[in-house]
Design a protein around this ligand. Structure first.
Ligand code: HEC
Length: 469
């Protein structure tokens, strides 16, 4: 016996390695399991990519408002392979979200969540929520203007939830404003709290996959009857069962390898998201947009008219919650094949379509501040001509403080707020001052970021915006 064999024997006698191997890899699975079944293991592979690259990033990242941006900038530009590691982490996140949704879609349409696999679905639902929470907390860690304000906008939208909104927003951003405390809280949540939950749930999820087995692909006449389902499945395994490894597992390995390759290619060819400028809580001249995972929700909340806002803010999470946590418990028996479940197919179709349309709308986002207007333009000469010193100082502030990114003046600027071309006709100096200091429903308050003199200058400028000057 070689020394390796002897060492293995020694360990095996004490740790039962071969028993664990037999239970996890050699357990029988239905022979007709096909390519649709690789999505779950591919999600797991994406998660492993996230853990490895995340640990690597944490070695150089500093979670403080002074150093977050510069440390990430260092990682991106100077650290050995830093840009590739950041790219892997970013594209790995994208892959993970796409795969987990695809996996859930497959499980739902195949009726694989029905008895006895309801708990697998429930742990999967929790995993989906945790993955989205990772995406949310990760974006702020970039600490550049776009991602910073993207989180501010989302947190403001949480804040509109009836009754619990205030508490929810405070809890999320750790205080009244997004700042140093928020960054610390997001960092701890992103690297310790949520990953711990994910590891735990993946453990339960995989335990169930091994112990309750992989569902056989549904036939048009497949019906789940809880009393006899376990027996039926035993018969399937007895007649059409093959060991998971290697008969079925090779597809999982092939898909995971293809996934890692794709993520690697994207991170080399496209790279991580560009870091434009360091986050600055006092200037809104940016594109406050969440990463793509949240664009649809962002679009939805921005597009709904204020009267129905409360219904949507409560209704959408409730609908998603019912789908994730109630449907599998209620609809855990009966038909499995999609051809016999038109409502299930319709629900997935409508969900996909709505998600796609809203994501595109969120990407275009004509209602969001228009950064290009601020960075690459000047107010039209007809607006700035003939202003006195105070008024033209106000005109400069109007551009530099980001007002122009949200407000149109004579056809230039953003569309997030009302057109201010003739605001001087509508509002008095007092009204303008109040508005600038207090903000509004979708306008930030500037009381803490502008000096009284600057407010006067801005108001003097706004008063010149009239039909007759
Ligand atoms: C993030 C986008 C955004 C920014 C930045 C912004 N505003 Fe607004 N503003 C709005 C929105 C939206 C409204 C109207 C609805 C509301 O109350 O939220 C508004 C309303 C106003 C109004 C009232 C208009 C009317 O017709 O009643 C004035 C005046 C105004 N803003 C001036 C400013 C000034 C000055 C600045 C810069 C210091 C500024 N805004 C920055 C979005 C913005």
């Amino acid at each position: 016996m070689s020394i390796w064999t002897r060492m293995y024997r020694w360990l095996d006698l004490r740790m039962d390695i071969s028993g664990v191997w037999r239970a996890t890899f050699l357990h029988p699975v239905p022979i007709d399991v096909n390519w649709w079944y690789v999505l779950g293991s591919a999600t797991l592979t994406a998660f492993i990519v996230q853990v490895v690259t995340g640990v690597a990033l944490a070695f150089a990242y500093v979670p403080s408002t002074e150093h977050a941006y510069s440390s990430l900038d260092f990682i991106t530009r100077q650290a050995f392979l830093g840009s590739v590691v950041r790219g892997l982490h970013f594209w790995g996140a994208t892959a993970m979200v796409v795969l987990i949704l695809a996996h859930m879609g497959r499980v739902f349409l195949f009726g694989s969540f029905k008895f006895p696999r309801e708990v697998s679905w429930l742990t999967g639902s929790l995993l989906l929520l945790l993955v989205l929470a990772m995406a949310f907390t990760g974006q702020l860690l970039r600490w550049d203007q776009d991602s910073f304000w993207g989180i501010v906008v989302l947190a403001e939208q949480f804040g509109k939830t009836p009754i619990i909104g205030g508490v929810l927003a405070q809890l999320t951003i750790a205080g009244q404003q997004v700042g140093g405390a928020t960054l610390t809280r997001f960092f701890a949540t992103h690297v310790f709290l949520i990953p711990a939950g994910i590891f735990l749930l993946i453990g339960v999820h995989l335990y169930l996959v091994v112990h309750r087995g992989i569902s056989d692909p549904p036939q048009p006449d497949s019906v789940v009857v809880p009393n006899v389902e376990l027996e039926r499945y035993e018969r399937v395994l007895a007649t059409r069962g093959v060991p998971f490894f290697p008969d079925v597992a090779w597809r999982d390995f092939a898909a995971s390898a293809a996934l890692v390759l794709a993520v690697l290619l994207l991170s080399v060819a496209v790279g991580p998201p560009a870091m434009r400028t360091e986050a600055n809580p006092t200037i809104v001249n940016t594109n406050p947009r969440p990463d793509w995972y949240f664009l649809s929700y962002f679009a939805l909340l921005s597009l709904i008219p204020p009267e129905v806002e409360n219904w949507v803010i409560l209704g959408v999470p409730i609908a998603i919650g019912v789908f994730l946590f109630a449907v599998p418990l209620v609809a855990n028996r009966g038909q499995r094949h999609w051809s016999k479940r038109p409502w299930a197919v319709a629900a997935v179709g409508v969900g996909l379509l709505a998600g796609a349309v809203l994501t595109v709308a969120g990407d275009r986002a004509p209602w969001a501040p228009n950064i290009d207007a601020v960075q690459h333009g000047a107010l039209p000469p007809s607006v700035t001509a003939g202003l006195d010193t105070q008024q033209s100082a106000g005109a400069t502030l109007f551009v530099r403080r980001g007002c122009w990114a949200c407000h149109t003046v004579q056809g230039t600027g953003g569309l997030a707020g009302p057109d201010l071309t003739f605001v001087g006709d509508r509002l008095t100096s007092d009204q303008l001052t109040t508005r600038v200091l207090n903000g509004g429903r979708n306008m930030p308050a500037f009381a803490s970021t502008l000096t009284p003199r600057e407010v006067d200058e801005l108001v003097a400028f706004l008063r010149t915006l009239k039909t007759k000057r």
